[in-house]
Design a protein around this ligand. Sequence first.
Ligand code: NI
Length: 387
Amino acid sequence: MHNVEMFRDLQGEATEWRRYLHENPELDYRLHNTAKFVTEKLASFGINHIETGIAETGIVAMIQGQGGDGPTIGLRADMDALPIVEASHKPWSSKVPGQMHGCGHDGHTAMLLGAAKYLAKSRNFKGAVALIFQPAEEGALGGQKMVQEGIMDRFGISQVFGMHNSPGMDVGKFAICHGPIMAALDDFDIIVKGRGGHAAAPHRTIDPVVIAAQIIIGLQTLVSRNTSPIESLVLSVTKFNAAQAYNIIPDHVEMGGTVRTLQSDLRDLAERQILAAAQGIARGFGADVEFKYRRHDPVTFNSTEATNLATKAARNLVGAASVDDKIKPRMGSEDFAYMLEARPGAYIFLGNGPTANLHHPAYDFNDEALAYGIGYWVNLVDTVLAG
Ligand code: NI
């Protein structure tokens, strides 16, 4: 059991790593400099089992404990930045125009490196720790790709843990819940195919704009009339493309949107019912639809035992009152969900203080949180792999 003061020295070092990563952001799978930096640091800590090039630029590094046989647990950090023009005005702002660490993955990487340095020195646990550094969390499915490339079996990982910073939550606080903690993310496209013509003679057309408007209203009843009031389904139509002129009724209208749910069976319902509603409405007016539904991140699901272990580890670090283990799930999504589909585990939020929100140009990871993140990882290893 460690309290946070034991990680203050490491925080100083991790701050330098974090700011270096912040100045040098890279996107999706193209994390060549970031991966090189991480690999060199891991090697400098005396870790000699490092595999690179997983899912292109992902890394898995193994630290064996000295406490005898035991399971291997995976600790995961994401490393990728976002295509945003930074406006944090910090001295360590991005040196790459149009790219920034706007989600704090620089901090996540630095915290897992800090824990790696500590654990590689102490090795005071049984079994082993697999450090997972993943590329392409931001919409490019790097987590799924690492799972598809077999990291769970290859490294014998039996449980897997993830962490994300949370702006608006005090530094030193943690938040978690059992079951779904982040939503599944799907999106859809609907093309309403009518018959275009002159806007002054609508009776000679089948106006897809009016039909598409009816479909948008009709889709709202999926949430209000087809979903149980205590279940969560979010459906937002976010794209709408019609004619480019004032006097044309277009042949077709393209629209699209997103679906967020906390239960996988609601994804089936959404896919089925969006098509049924759109098709029914369009055909009622003599039009038709083309429909595409794509499933992205699944529900991020925290398993019972792992969530209890994660909660205990955080409480050992900061005390019971600073760890809320009954938060409401968030409707954003996270591709760590693919790792949690492959193995039981838990995902936890770490307070980032009163910073700008994630994905905002003024956002910056809070370096004061580094000691807490490092301490959480070390305490988690202590808790799960007690020798
Ligand atoms: Ni993120």
